[in-house]
Design a protein around this ligand. Structure first.
Ligand code: GCU
Length: 332
């Protein structure tokens, strides 16, 4: 199934590669932006990306559109982000952690307890005055960040018990996303961070490679991780965004009017997703509960916040990260 999908995609890619960007004739074959997505079709980011595809198609009279490939069909995020770099596909959703390896300044958005709510995050993440330069800074790595989705707040879950304080995580092997900040974060939180792609987590917990994970309620429920780690404790330690990244040559090659439409349609899609996330997370929690998941609010957040403070300080090392951090604080 995977191989046949790849050949379909390879066909689409070959097609989009030979079509010069900006063709004027409405009768020409449409330019299709392939978007890699690692979550299911029920995720609010999927709905937002579908909205974007429809808006783009309608406003360009079908000359441009997008096709979203959910469920890691094109590969895990780390791989699909590399496919964007090489121009094999046009776009991918990428957890913020992954961009840190290209430009360490991105670590500012990977810090624990940076935001207190989705509303706070919304004021910052697509605000060009705060993120404009940062999002363009990775064009030397062949990508541009087009904008950001929320991924809610992440909390820790274990296979056999709740967590209240950092001491409760001692010796527990917890999956984290693939970045230095995330691995260090789990160490400060008291556990042992093991970096891997999201799709491997279920089996890793089931086979004892991991004792648990940390994620938002939507991933916890939709990827069925609740079945193998039913104790979800609201540490709410991380509100890390998901970026939409695009191949920079492809982006730069677009005519200006198409760039404008793309930006406007994406802005609508990002807004929609920020507004939809909380309700979808609540629904996901209810579904996880039906599947046997148990949720605890009995968490000493102040203790976790204090435990990760040295990490926050150690990552704000230059003017770029310090300035962004100060702007976030000013908006609170
Ligand atoms: C979040 C995020 C994803 C990411 C995932 C992960 O759910 O939305 O983009 O892949 O976490 O834990 O890897």
């Amino acid at each position: 199934k995977y191989a046949s999908y790849l050949s379909v995609v390879a066909g689409a890619i070959a097609l989009s590669a030979v079509i010069p960007a900006g063709i004027g004739a409405a009768s020409a074959a449409p330019v299709v932006f392939e978007i890699a997505f690692n979550q299911t079709e029920t995720h609010p980011q999927f709905k937002a990306l579908q909205m974007f595809a429809e808006g783009l198609k309608a406003r360009t009279n079908g000359e441009y559109t997008a096709e979203v490939f959910p469920n890691e069909l094109l590969g895990a995020q780390k791989e699909t982000v590399e496919m964007v770099q090489t121009g094999t596909i046009a776009m991918s959703v990428a957890a913020a952690s992954l961009l840190e390896s290209w430009n360490p300044d991105f670590s500012v958005f990977n810090l624990p307890y940076l935001f207190n709510s989705i509303e706070e995050q919304k004021k910052v993440l697509n605000n060009p005055e705060i993120v404009g330069d940062l999002y363009k800074s990775v064009s030397d790595q062949s990508v541009i960040v087009l904008g950001s989705f929320t991924a809610g707040a992440r909390s820790v879950y274990l296979k056999d018990r709740f967590v209240k304080t950092p001491a409760d995580l001692a010796g527990e092997k917890i999956r984290v996303m693939q970045s230095d900040t995330n691995v260090q974060m789990m160490k400060h939180m008291g556990g042992v961070g093991i970096a891997m792609g999201q799709g491997e987590v279920y089996t890793a917990i089931q086979t004892g490679v991991l004792d648990g994970g940390e994620n938002n309620e939507i991933v916890y429920s939709s990827l069925k991780q609740v079945e193998v780690a039913p104790y979800y404790s609201y540490t709410r330690h991380l509100m890390i965004p998901d970026y939409l990244v695009m191949n920079v040559d492809l982006y730069n090659g677009l005519p200006d009017d198409i760039k404008t439409i793309l930006t406007e349609e994406l802005a609508k899609a990002f807004d929609f997703e920020f507004d939809a996330f909380a309700a979808d997370a609540a629904k996901a929690r209810a579904e996880a509960e039906k599947a046997g998941g148990k949720f605890s609010e009995d968490v000493d957040m102040a203790a976790f916040r204090a435990a990760v403070k040295p990490l926050v300080d150690s990552k704000l090392t230059n003017d770029v990260t310090k300035t962004i951090y100060q702007k976030i604080e000013a908006l609170r």
